[in-house]
Design a protein around this ligand. Structure first.
Ligand SMILES: [Zn+2]
Length: 182
């Protein structure tokens, strides 16, 4: 793991925000295609909740769904809201899962606002490989903070861009902010 100097990091990513950056390519391997899971046994979104918060980069755990840092973020602070249950299609979520995914999405916006005060957000689900889902087998709702000038065009459906950042630090700060939401 190679740490970039603050100057070099800001030159690299060019995104004004409150997160420090760290290049963590080893964590992006399974999101970036080659390590794509083939069956439920390899599903990272099923495996993440079994790890502790720090190891799994879990920001918050609900009853039916949890919130995790995206390992291959569109932007710093990019969160994913996932049901614990291995389910691919939004229409197949239970009423309890549907409600909690929505509630956790609202809380994610509140926590991100406390930590880094984004100017806007992209929210959305890419359902299916053809729709741009990196891991289509397990539904996940994106919460992407946006800042003025963070990119000229950032479709929620489309190619991801690697934004190096200190994911551990961001996770800790967002988890603490979440605690304070009350
Ligand atoms: Zn799964």
């Amino acid at each position: 793991m190679a740490t970039l100097s603050p100057e070099a990091a800001s030159d690299y990513a060019g995104i004004p925000d409150s997160f420090q950056r760290l290049w963590t390519p080893h964590r992006m391997v399974y999101i970036d295609g080659e390590g794509k899971p083939k069956d439920e046994g390899e599903c990272p979104f099923c495996a993440i909740p079994r790890r502790d918060d720090e190891a799994g980069l879990v920001v918050h755990r609900g009853e039916h769904a949890f919130v995790v840092m995206n390992l291959f973020p569109y932007n710093p602070g990019h969160l994913l809201v996932c049901p614990y249950r291995h389910v691919a299609r939004y229409v197949d979520t239970t009423p309890e899962e549907t409600i909690e995914i929505a509630e956790l999405t609202k809380q994610a916006i509140a926590a991100l606002t406390k930590v880094s005060n984004p100017a806007g957000f992209n929210l959305g689900i890419n359902q299916g490989d053809v729709a741009g889902a990196g891991i289509a087998m397990h539904l996940h709702q994106h919460v992407v903070p946006r800042w003025q000038g963070d990119s000229n065009f950032l479709p929620i459906v489309g190619q991801t861009k690697a934004v190096p950042q200190l994911l551990d630090d961001a996770r800790a700060r967002l988890a603490a902010a979440w605690e304070d939401l009350g």
